[in-house]
Design a protein around this ligand. Structure first.
Ligand code: F3S
Length: 772
């Protein structure tokens, strides 16, 4: 093992004594008779000052959910390699010697899947060496555990090592809620939010509502935990969980494996939920023990056996949910979701007729199982059972078959127990323990040309167009690994392994029996290659973090300038955006991902998807003299000549994701104000954190009178900022034709956020506070 590696159980055990004491304080503020959901117990016991948060913006604490502004102190942070770059660059500008809470970095997103782990991993390491070296040196310097490329996918490694009942953590990835399978509140955030936790500043969250999912009965046969969430996604749709924590409860929870619960929690992200959560359950104990964390299981057991009022790990019996959905596991059918959206859910028994009716392809080219969502011992042994049944009947898969283990621990265990050799002997390709095809890092060799309609089946979690192979016409259908494995033996999308048989070489028709597997390996987990163990989380100030000044992939951040001690004058409207403007429109992904650690380079994609409201053109901006250029080019030219700018937009500006680059880039290029009809909440917060002022029209019709290149002056903004958010802002707009309009606006700047804007960014403020 790397020198000094030792699992520090104490650092991985949630601070139960402190949390239970906080829970008592929460009870005192809210009244002992008020029943709490489990999500509320864990979340509120992580409040910095419970009384202040629970009474903020609420009717004396009566209507907290959806109203109160929670200031939280998470226990830990996890970051994946793509998003960790900007998180660390921001953390570094605060000048602190180490992180305030334990943290980990997982190198998984930048590794391709093509020929198999043995060639793909070294190739990917060579292609991203500079970035991996940066992450490793920063991790060593600041005391962050660094899991090298090949060690595993962030969510699987977190489940095996860090998640625990009652823990609260942030992760810079949208499927961070996977850790909720082991009873943690785990929330996906952008890098700037992770930095809040890393520097010990409170992290803010509007108190979520709680959606209760009551599970009854028990899964059997072909039905798996994946099918529970696939069917729930169909009921809730991709927006149905927005603003909610999904809290599972009821007798059905007891029968689920810990890893099965993680699969369900993982895909709560697909319905927009803040996170998903399971109560401390019987299967958590053997899972914690098998993953070398027996003392954490014992500590959790003790907390869970406390009397109800101080019981942190169970919901109160009378807990009230904002909505309840009941699912009977005993009657649940396997489901297949897709294409192109995870909420288009079809029960297996109807899938054939839907394929025929919708004219979807009747064959599929590849079946891909594993990933952060579904690579547990249970998933893989159930799939192995299917492969063995088919082998015995003399069958071989008709579709390409890929297996992505979620971590080195699970890979080595499956290797020892011959599961992987069973897959390989059947013609399967075992990919690296990394994201690979799940995040578009897939060099596909089975045929279809770009743009050609075709189908694949994956046990992953997302199926947006182009996500896996870059071909927007590829239909990705989501299903359980065991179902995909069985279907791969026919390569037919209309095959139902529960009812249909396959002709065999001997002529006798063969029918699968329902898969059987084991929740946990009987011989325990194997450790695997010690080179994949993490570096210890002990800061070493002697390490220097080197960023080559000529690098195209990484650039140190320069602090943004503070707000002037005056109103803003001489601003110019850069662009008037028409219609939808998502974080993808503002900061595109795909090939730009490689510049995530280089703000100047990635800024060249700023708003390149935006439609010009005056001409209908995309990414075409007009300068004062009528010449045209791309939006980022004009923004940069104006910034270089000392002109700051504003963007005018329509509804829900910044919808889509927490991508902080969508706020950082406009700020870097000289953006000061975004004036929109409305904002997506997370993006609005991100803008304020970077010192950009989001304003909304008091009268939407004013959108129509504004033009690109109009001159804008603020009136009242400085007073709003100095008074901690009181009052409104007017914009005095002068057109080049002499027209003058006063646009009344609204804002949602809180006192803290006014501080961010005045300092130039939240980071500037944190850095200044760190110096005090
Ligand atoms: Fe995310 Fe897939 Fe990796 S969901 S963490 S990209 S395996």
């Amino acid at each position: 093992a790397p020198s000094g590696y030792k699992v520090d159980i104490a650092a991985r055990t949630p601070p139960y004594a402190k949390l239970v004491a906080r829970l008592a304080e929460v009870r005192r503020v809210l009244g002992a008779s008020r029943p709490l959901t489990l999500a509320e117990k864990i979340l509120y016991s992580h409040l910095e000052r419970p009384e202040e948060s629970l009474l903020s913006g609420t009717n004396n604490g009566k209507d907290i959910r959806g109203k109160a502004n929670l200031k939280l102190k998470p226990d830990r942070v996890a970051m994946q390699d793509a998003s960790a770059q900007m998180a660390l660059l921001q953390f570094m500008s605060c000048g602190l010697p180490s992180t305030a809470v334990p943290a980990s970095i997982h190198c998984d997103h930048m590794i391709v899947g093509e020929k198999g782990a043995d060639t793909d991993l070294p190739n990917s390491i060579a292609g991203n060496k500079e970035v991996f070296d940066f992450l490793e040196s920063a991790a060593k310097k600041y005391g962050i555990e660094f899991w090298p490329p090949g060690a595993g996918i962030i969510h699987q490694s977190v489940l095996e090592n860090y998640s625990a009942p009652g823990l609260m953590m942030l992760g810079t990835d949208s499927h961070t809620p996977n850790a909720g399978g082991l009873g943690a509140i785990a929330i996906g955030v952008g890098g700037a939010d992770a930095v809040d936790a890393l520097v010990d500043a409170p992290w803010e969250l509007k108190a979520p509502k709680v959606l209760g999912v009551r599970l009854e009965g028990e899964l059997s046969g072909w039905a798996s935990p994946k099918d529970v969430i696939l069917s729930l996604a169909g009921q809730l749709t991709v927006r149905g969980g927005t603003g909610y924590i999904i809290e599972y409860f009821g007798p059905g929870v007891e029968s689920l494996s810990c890893t099965g619960m993680a699969t369900m929690a993982n895909m709560g992200a697909e319905v927009g939920a803040t996170t998903s959560l399971f109560p401390f359950s019987p299967s958590h104990i053997p899972y914690l023990e098998a993953t070398h964390r027996g003392p954490i299981a014992q500590a959790a057991l003790k907390v869970a056996s406390a009397p109800m009022l101080s019981n942190l790990l169970r919901a109160d019996p009378e807990a009230q949910y904002d909505k309840v959905i009941t699912i009977n596991l005993s009657t649940l059918e396997p489901h297949i979701n897709g294409p192109f959206t995870p909420d288009l859910s079809t029960p297996l028994s109807k899938f054939k007729s839907v394929v025929e009716e919708k004219k979807w392809p009747t064959t599929f080219g590849a079946g891909l199982i594993g990933s952060c969502t579904n690579s547990s011992y249970q998933d893989m042994t159930r799939s192995e059972d299917i492969v063995k049944q088919a082998e015995a009947a003399g069958l071989k898969p008709k579709a390409d078959f890929f297996i992505t283990p979620g971590s080195e621990q699970i890979r080595a265990t499956l290797d020892r127990d011959s599961t992987l050799s069973t897959f390989s002997a059947a013609g399967g390709t075992v990919l690296a323990n990394a994201c690979g095809p799940c995040i578009g890092q897939w060099t596909r060799t089975d045929g279809p040309a770009k743009g050609e309609s075709n189908a694949i089946f994956t046990s992953y979690n997302r199926n947006f167009p182009g996500r896996n192979d870059g071909n927007r016409a590829t239909m990705n259908f989501l299903a359980s690994p065991e179902l995909i494995t069985a279907m791969s033996y026919t390569g037919s999308t209309t095959f139902n392994p529960m009812t249909d048989s396959i002709p065999t070489p001997s002529g006798t028709p063969f029918r699968f029996t329902p898969p059987k597997g084991s929740d946990l390996p009987s011989q325990g987990f194997a450790q695997g290659n010690v080179e994949f163990l993490p570096t210890p989380g002990i800061p070493d100030p002697s390490v220097s973090v080197v960023v080559d000044p000529h690098s195209t992939r990484l650039a140190l951040l320069e602090p943004f300038s503070p707000f002037p001690q005056s109103e803003l004058k001489g601003l110019r409207i850069l662009y008037k955006v028409q219609g939808q403007c998502t974080t993808d429109t503002i900061s595109a992904a795909g090939p730009w991902l490689k510049y995530k650690g280089h703000l100047p380079n990635i800024s060249a994609n700023t708003l390149i998807g935006a439609v010009n409201a005056e001409t209908g053109e995309v990414n075409t901006a007009y300068d004062l003299d009528g010449t045209t250029s791309s939006i980022p080019d004009l923004a940069q030219r104006w910034r270089d000549s000392g002109v700051e700018w504003i963007v005018v937009a329509e509804h829900n500006y910044g919808e889509g994701s927490a991508r902080e680059h969508a706020a950082l880039q406009p700020r870097y290029l000289g953006g000061r104000i975004i004036l929109a009809k409305s904002f997506a909440r997370i993006h609005e917060t991100n803008l304020k954190k970077q010192g950009v002022v989001p304003l909304t029209f008091a009268k939407e019709a004013d959108y129509d009178v504004l033009r690109a290149c109009d001159d804008v002056e603020t009136r009242g903004l400085l007073d709003v900022l100095l008074s901690g958010g009181k009052g409104d802002v007017e914009l005095v707009v002068k057109g080049r034709d002499g027209r003058e309009t006063v646009v009344k606006t609204r804002h949602t700047l809180s006192e803290d956020q006014c501080g961010f804007v005045l300092a130039g960014s939240a980071l500037n403020l944190l850095a200044a506070q760190g110096r005090e």
